[in-house]
Design a protein around this ligand. Structure first.
Ligand SMILES: *[C@@H]1O[C@H](CO)[C@@H](O)[C@H](O)[C@H]1NC(C)=O
Ligand SMILES: *[C@@H]1O[C@H](CO)[C@@H](O)[C@H](O)[C@H]1NC(C)=O
Ligand SMILES: *[C@@H]1O[C@H](CO)[C@@H](O)[C@H](O)[C@H]1NC(C)=O
Ligand SMILES: *[C@@H]1O[C@H](CO)[C@@H](O)[C@H](O)[C@H]1NC(C)=O
Ligand SMILES: [Zn+2]
Length: 958
């Protein structure tokens, strides 16, 4: 799945910054507490008769095959013929939207058995002429199939269970036929409906989100990634609508069915593929298309969006990005077409269905009038991420979900490479350091983090699978793969990748298969390594966390240590490697790059890192390694000096800016922000702001806040004036992509710290818009920050105006800016009303409910309101959003982010105890991590507050 559904916003999205919460606010951490999950897994659940046509309730012993979450290996699907008919109008009698379907799956019997288990969830089956919900026949001659003895639905493990009178014969093929009905609900999973209004007409789209385990909600199937098959899909739909699926539309017919004139669209058979990559969509959307080197590329969206040309940018970048990946993988695009579609309701950012990628509207549609450069970058990155999956993930698929990190980590790394190819002037490759590496450091520094790799046995239930879609899988996965590519060199990395993809095309792998191919490439190209790819990577993949490498330049001594946010926290999970890593070290001495070194044990001495005089050492250049670096005080002082005086090395020093830990004294870290007033560049500012945002969170309710604001105002003033000048008093846009970002930083920080000139400026803009709503004078790049500050400074008049604009916005990108800005008001009653709106899908779409609550919690005034709201509505919110939705853990982490007092810790523990019964679903581990984070925050504040207050007070003086 694309774009880390658990992020509220990209770090380059201005929203987080203006709200005073950057990386830390938007990182949502999950950890896997294995023991706890294991014990849950062992629970014996009573058999549920289900809703089949012939329910049978049997007292169930716990170890029957249908009590296990994994399929037996006795049957192997080969092809499916599936016909689905989604009804886009509500049945007045039942009040439901439904779909009906028929399916034949052809499978091969690999081991003799008298039992068929096939996944099925929330489907009602028609009783066939044999009195059962399925019909079994043998395929291609051979012996007749045994007849069906019993069939029933096993709700807990999501199976249609079919017991036979006799055995299936090894190597014989069979057809299993079913007819079924399902609800086309608005639940964003499986075959679901999305609704919107266009030109006053209410419209319904039928669409799908199968990953990870919801294909079984659309038709009965062997719903595991290794059960690859060929799919012959047919969709029945009403006139005036179009049908899309993974394959190309092959034939259309116009029969009369159930008394209606309908269209029947049959699709070309798919390649051999996994069920989670299927997609079926019926809509009345429009599209734009082009043919690039024989490949048909289409972008679909609401007709109005297409008419407004909002699909053009996606169309422009898709061809180049596909070309980039063909070259990168040295393999041509495996399918005859590439469709991408923007949906009004979509839970994640995007989903890489093979040949028919689905997106949130904000992730695909670009409008020159409404979209900022950050919106544009997000679109290019997400498209790149999803297209990368067309090979890595789709053509070659990991065998089981426990290896999800490799699939998502890989796409999250190479998305930067593809986007960089499409937009070379943006320098997006640098941004991975802020967006992924630094971001996930904060999560992975917790004792309740978890390793990239999970055991197959620990990942069984759908909720356990959903929990894996977290920052560790995406961002740590991306970070360690980037490190691997860096020390192998990109060329060797690509060679190994290419042989891996060729070898396993249309098949399945485990992550070590990739290591094998990279190892071969490393050997073939004589890359010198201190061990095999396996032995080096095991340290990064099998144990959680990362090291802090300390270099003493007075002696050349170097050592590594597991980095923990709270050094006193107890790591209870043992590691076979004792939390030691094999660390590649790129470094420079006094500005001159040196040959790479490897730290392969706990301590070592590198004599050439010993310095004298004015020489200094800087390690982990470009933050290409997944670790932190610390130095002796003398080297720090010299680095600080360089930072203050030498511009060109400054942005290489990102990693040394503010590390909140005992490892470096906090005030030393704060010292690194002193040079910022001289720096106009984005990377150092963004890096500093990401870190300072933690200070805001911890202190925006304390006496530190005043001096801190005064200091930041002092630092940002020259930058504000600089941008005022180069934009001709805000009349034009800075040239570069990064300059545009830093202009936003300058304005938002200036306004946030109370600079009057800034506040007057944004108020003037906003009132100009209010008095003439037809013409918005605010540049799209600046809208998020201007809206937020204007709403924060205003009252209900401003809020209601923005709400109206939100409801009427013609493009989701504009609506999203307003939706986050509405959370900026300082009026508690407006915030409470807004909180209520989040549970009404007519006000706030379900896909946006949790992120809206988190936006409100990010506002210092909204924090306690949101927490009260979540606690009071827990069981309602849980049943509505708790299911398999991974945005749920975001909610827990988001509303507790500022927690830093004993009282809050007690409340959090109480909350955990009070709701033990209802549970926390996919947010279970987020609760644990919130508690750990709160404890670390309390400690950090008590140890540092006084010093920080003094530091800001002294530095704030003019
Ligand atoms: C609505 O549902 C009822 C009950 O299932 C069914 O009998 C009826 O045919 C349905 N109506 C339409 C228009 O499909
Ligand atoms: C499936 O059957 C159950 C039980 O009869 C019923 O409540 C539900 O509405 C049915 N679903 C559909 C989509 O018809
Ligand atoms: C798409 O490409 C065309 C041709 O290069 C260009 O004129 C147009 O501005 C591009 N559209 C967008 C939204 O970038
Ligand atoms: C770690 O364990 C020690 C000894 O059991 C205990 O005193 C200490 O409080 C624990 N630390 C944390 C952060 O829980
Ligand atoms: Zn992905």
């Amino acid at each position: 799945m694309g774009e880390k559904g658990f992020y509220i916003s990209k770090p380059v999205g201005v929203v987080a910054i203006i709200l005073g919460v950057g990386a830390l606010a938007t990182i949502i951490a999950l950890s896997v507490v294995y023991d706890q999950e294991k014990s849950k897994n062992n629970e014996v659940s009573p058999t549920n008769g289900g809703t089949t046509s012939n329910p049978i309730t049997t007292p169930t012993p716990s170890n029957e095959p249908w009590d296990k979450y994994r399929l037996p290996t006795s049957l192997v699907p080969d092809q499916y013929h599936v016909t689905l008919w989604p009804r886009l109008t509500r049945n007045e009698t039942t009040g439901l939207y439904i779909f009906t379907g028929k399916s034949t799956v052809e499978f091969v019997c690999a081991e003799e058995t008298d039992l068929i288990l096939i996944h099925s969830n929330k489907l009602n089956y028609t009783t066939l002429e044999n009195g059962h919900s399925a019909r079994l026949t043998s395929a291609g001659g051979g012996v007749a199939a045994p007849s069906i003895k019993h069939s029933w639905l096993k709700i807990e493990t999501q199976y249609l269970v079919i017991q036979l009178d006799g055995k299936l014969v090894k190597d014989q093929r069979y057809h299993l036929y079913t007819e079924f009905t399902g609800e086309l609900a608005d639940d964003l999973g499986g075959f679901y409906r999305s609704e919107y209004t266009e030109n006053g007409v209410d419209k319904v789209v039928a669409t799908t989100q199968m990953q990870p385990t919801d294909a079984r909600k659309a038709f009965p199937c062997f719903d595991e990634p290794a059960m690859k098959a060929v799919f012959y899909i047919t969709l029945i739909h009403q006139h005036g609508t179009i049908a899309l699926s993974n394959g190309m539309e092959n034939s259309k017919s116009f029969p009369i069915m159930e008394g209606q004139n309908v269209l029947v669209t049959a699709f070309a058979p798919t390649k051999k593929m996994s069920t989670y990559l299927l997609a079926f969509i019926v809509s009345d959307f429009g599209f734009v298309s082009e043919i690039t080197e024989g490949l048909l590329i289409r972008i679909y969206a609401r007709k109005n969006a297409i008419a407004a040309n909002q699909g053009e940018y996606a169309l422009n970048v898709t061809g180049p990005i596909l070309k980039f990946f063909e070259d990168y993988y040295n393999a041509s695009y495996p399918l005859p077409k590439s469709d991408q579609i923007a949906l009004p309701d979509f839970n994640a950012g995007a989903m890489e269905n093979w040949g028919l990628i689905t997106y949130r509207e904000t992730a695909l549609l670009y409008d020159t009038e409404f979209s900022s450069n950050s919106n544009k970058e997000r679109i290019a990155s997400i498209i790149s991420h999803e297209l990368a999956h067309m090979w890595f993930g789709n053509l070659v698929t990991l065998r089981w979900w426990n290896d999800l990190w490799l699939n998502e980590g890989f796409a999250s790394y190479v998305e930067y490479l593809g986007a960089d190819y499409a937009e070379p002037s943006w320098n997006v490759k640098d941004l991975i350091v802020l967006s992924d590496v630094h971001r996930v450091f904060a999560v992975d520094a917790l004792a309740s983090s978890h390793p990239l790799s999970s055991n197959v046995d620990d990942i069984q239930k759908p909720a356990q699978i959903s929990e894996l879609f977290d920052a560790i899988s995406y961002s740590k996965g991306a970070s360690v793969l980037r490190m691997l590519s860096d020390f192998l060199t990109e060329d060797v990395f690509k060679k190994g990748l290419s042989t891996y993809l060729n070898k396993f095309a249309y098949g399945n792998t485990v992550y070590t298969d990739l290591w094998d191919h990279l190892q071969e490439a490393a050997v073939a190209n004589s890359v010198a390594l201190p061990g095999t790819v396996h032995t080096i990577m095991n340290r990064w993949v099998l144990q959680m966390g990362f090291p802090v490498v300390t270099i003493d330049t007075t002696t050349g001594a170097i050592h590594q240590k597991h980095f923990l946010l709270d050094p006193e926290s107890n790591v209870t999970v043992p590691s076979e490697f004792n939390y030691e890593w094999i660390v590649p070290i790129r470094w420079m001495k006094t500005g001159n790059p040196q040959a790479q070194k490897w730290l392969v044990k706990k301590t070592d001495t590198f004599v050439d890192m010993k310095t004298s005089g004015a020489d200094w050492v800087l390690a982990n250049l470009n933050v290409s390694g997944y670790y932190r670096v610390n130095y002796d005080q003398g080297n720090w002082d010299k680095l600080l000096d360089v930072l203050n005086n030498s511009h060109q090395v400054r942005h290489k020093l990102c990693d040394m800016i503010i590390i909140r830990t005992k490892i470096i004294k906090t005030v030393l870290a704060l010292d690194t922000t002193k040079y910022l007033s001289k720096d106009m560049e984005y990377m150092p500012w963004e890096s500093a702001l990401d870190n300072l945002d933690y200070f805001s969170l911890m202190f925006d309710r304390s006496e530190v806040y005043g001096p801190m604001q005064a200091y930041l105002k002092k630092q940002v003033t020259p930058v504000f004036n600089y941008y005022k000048e180069i934009t001709g008093n805000w009349t034009k846009v800075p040239d570069g992509h990064m300059e545009q970002y830093n202009q936003v930083n300058a304005i938002s920080l200036a306004c946030r710290t109370g600079m009057e000139e800034c506040q007057t400026l944004i108020k003037t803009w906003f009132s100009a818009w209010m008095s003439n709503p037809e013409t918005n004078p605010i540049h799209p790049n600046l809208r998020s920050t201007v809206y937020c500050n204007a709403i924060a400074a205003g009252g209900d008049k401003e809020w209601d105006f923005a709400w109206k604009q939100f409801k009427n916005a013609a493009i989701a990108i504009e609506a999203d800016k307003l939706r986050s800005a509405l959370a900026c008001t300082k009026q508690p009653w407006l915030l409470n009303r807004y909180l209520e709106y989040t549970l009404d899908p007519n006000m706030i779409r379900k896909q946006d409910a949790t992120s809206t609550i988190v936006y409100i919690a990010q506002n210092v005034v909204g924090q306690s309101l949101a927490w009260d709201f979540v606690r009071a509505r827990w069981s309602y919110i849980f049943t509505q959003y708790g299911g398999g939705s991974f945005s749920f853990s975001n909610l827990v982490n988001g509303v507790t982010e500022r927690f830093s007092t004993e009282f809050e810790l007690q409340q959090l523990k109480q909350f955990k105890a009070d709701n033990a019964e209802v549970g926390f679903g996919s947010g279970t581990l987020a609760v644990e991590q919130s508690i750990e984070r709160t404890i670390a925050n309390i400690k950090w504040i008590s140890e540092n507050e006084k010093e920080i207050l003094d530091w800001f007070t002294a530095e704030a003086k003019p």
